[in-house]
Write a protein that binds this ligand. Structure first.
Ligand code: NAD
Length: 359
C-alpha cells in the first residue's frame, strides 16, 4: 500500500491518555502513522491496562499515571487525550504542563469555561492544541467543502441535516444528560462551520428520549440554527432510531440560489434549477437529471488525516485546522443547544466572543 505520509521523516513521540474503546482504536492509528510513535499509554484503571496488554501493547509502555511515565524517563512531544470529556481539562492541563503539544478528542471539554481555560493555558505556554474533529477529514465532506467554496450552487440559504443511528453504547454516554447533542452533534455542528463556512449566531433546540432508549439522558434532538446572514439550518439527530440508519455523517441537503448539494451515504449529488447547468460539470456526470460528483481524493482520511494535519502544523509552526480556539465555537453551539433544550426550546444567542472564536 502507498503511504503518502512516508515521504516526510520527522517522527514525534506520543503519550496517549485513555485506553477505553476509542483509545484502543487510536493506538492502531498512531502505529500506522509515519509521523508519530507511541512512547507511553496512560490508563488509571487496571482492568483497562490489562486489556491493552492483552491486545499487544508492550508492558514498558503502560503506566497508571503521567507522573509514573515521566519518572520512568519517557520522552515525548505530543499528548493524545482519549478520556471521557469531563476529564479532558485535568488530563490536558497535566500534559501541557509537562511540555506536550496536544491532540484532544472531541468534545474539547464538558463546559465552555473548562474549554476556554485549556485554550488560554495552551496559548500562555506556547503549546499547540488541536481537537480531533475527524469527521471533517474524509473524502465526501471535503468534496462538499470544495463545492461550497467554489460556489457550485451559489449563496446557500437553507440546510437540512438528518442523522440517526442506534449505537450499542454502554459507557459514559449512557449516563450523560444530553448524549446525542454533546457527544455526537458536536461533529455535525463542527462540520457546518468547517465545511459549509456557516457560523450560526442563534439557535433553539428540543431534546427527548423515546421509551425504548438505552440512554438515561435525551438521545434524540432537534436543533434550529440561524447565521447572521439569515441562513436557516435544521438538524435532527438520534441515537435511538428504530428507523433506517444514516451514515455517521448523516444526510445533508444543502440548498443555494442555483441548486442543491445532496450528501448522503457517502455520495455527493448536485441538482440545478437551470437545465443548462446539468450539461457539463468537470468531475461530475449526469444521472436522472442530477449530477453525481466524483469524490475528491484525500491522501489521509479520518484520524490519519487528523494526525497528518497535526504533523504538518507542528512542522510549519502554524495552528492546525480544528485548533482549540476555533473549536470553542463548535463547543459553544453544542452547549447553547443543551441550554435551549433545557429551557424548552427558548432561543439562545451566541456570545460575540464565541461568534469570532475561530477567526
Ligand atoms: N472522534 C470520534 O469519532 C470519537 C469516537 C468515539 C469516542 N470519541 C471520544 O473519545 C473520548 C473517549 O471515548 P471512549 O469511548 O474511548 O470512552 P471510554 O469510557 O470507553 O474510555 C475512556 C478511558 O479513559 C480512561 N481514563 C479516565 N480518566 C483518565 C485519566 N485521567 N488518564 C488516563 N485515562 C483516563 C478510562 O479509564 C477509560 O479507560 C471521548 O471524548 C469521546 O467523545 C470520539
Amino acid at each position: 500500500m502507498t503511504r503518502p505520509d512516508l515521504a516526510v521523516e520527522t517522527t514525534r513521540g506520543v503519550i496517549q491518555f485513555g485506553a477505553g474503546s476509542w483509545g484502543m482504536s487510536w493506538l492502531g492509528k498512531i502505529e500506522q502513522s509515519a509521523h508519530f510513535e507511541l512512547r507511553a499509554l496512560i490508563e488509571p484503571v487496571a482492568g483497562a491496562r490489562e486489556a491493552a496488554l492483552a491486545a499487544g501493547v508492550a508492558p514498558d509502555l503502560c503506566f497508571g499515571g503521567l507522573d509514573e511515565a515521566l519518572a520512568a524517563g519517557v520522552e515525548a512531544q505530543v499528548g493524545v487525550v482519549v478520556t471521557p470529556p469531563a476529564t479532558h481539562l485535568a488530563v490536558a492541563h497535566e500534559a501541557m504542563e509537562a511540555g506536550l503539544d496536544l491532540l484532544v478528542e472531541k468534545p474539547l471539554a464538558d463546559t465552555l469555561e473548562s474549554a476556554r481555560e485549556l485554550v488560554d493555558r495552551a496559548e500562555e505556554l506556547g503549546r499547540r492544541l488541536m481537537v480531533s474533529q475527524n469527521y471533517r477529514f474524509k473524502r465526501a465532506p471535503r468534496t462538499v467543502q470544495r463545492l461550497v467554496t467554489e460556489g457550485a450552487v451559489g449563496r446557500i440559504e437553507q440546510v437540512r441535516i438528518v442523522y440517526q443511528k442506534d449505537p450499542p453504547f454502554a459507557d459514559f454516554r449512557v449516563q450523560m444528560d444530553e448524549p446525542v447533542i454533546i457527544d455526537m452533534a458536536v461533529h455535525h455542528l463542527d462540520q457546518i462551520r468547517g465545511l459549509l463556512g456557516l457560523e450560526p449566531v442563534r439557535l433553539r433546540a428540543r431534546s427527548w428520549n423515546p421509551s425504548w432508549s438505552r440512554f438515561r439522558g435525551n438521545a434524540s434532538a432537534l436543533i434550529e440554527m440561524e447565521t447572521a446572514e439569515g441562513v436557516q439550518i435544521i438538524y435532527t439527530g438520534s441515537w435511538c432510531s428504530t428507523g433506517a440508519e444514516t451514515t455517521w455523517d448523516g444526510e445533508w441537503d444543502i440548498q443555494g440560489e442555483r441548486g442543491g448539494i445532496l450528501w448522503r451515504q457517502n455520495q455527493v449529488r448536485l441538482s440545478f434549477t437551470s437545465v443548462f447547468d446539468t450539461v457539463f460539470l468537470p468531475g461530475a456526470h449526469e444521472r436522472d437529471g442530477t449530477m453525481d460528483v466524483d469524490l475528491d481524493p484525500v491522501p489521509l482520511e479520518e484520524r490519519a488525516g487528523v494526525l497528518g494535519e497535526l504533523h504538518a502544523a507542528l512542522d510549519e509552526e502554524r495552528v492546525p485546522e480544528t485548533h482549540g480556539r476555533d473549536n470553542l465555537r463548535s463547543l459553544a453551539l453544542v452547549l447553547a443547544a443543551v441550554e435551549s433544550a433545557r429551557a424548552d426550546g427558548a432561543f439562545v444567542e451566541l456570545a460575540p466572543t464565541e461568534a469570532t472564536a475561530g477567526k
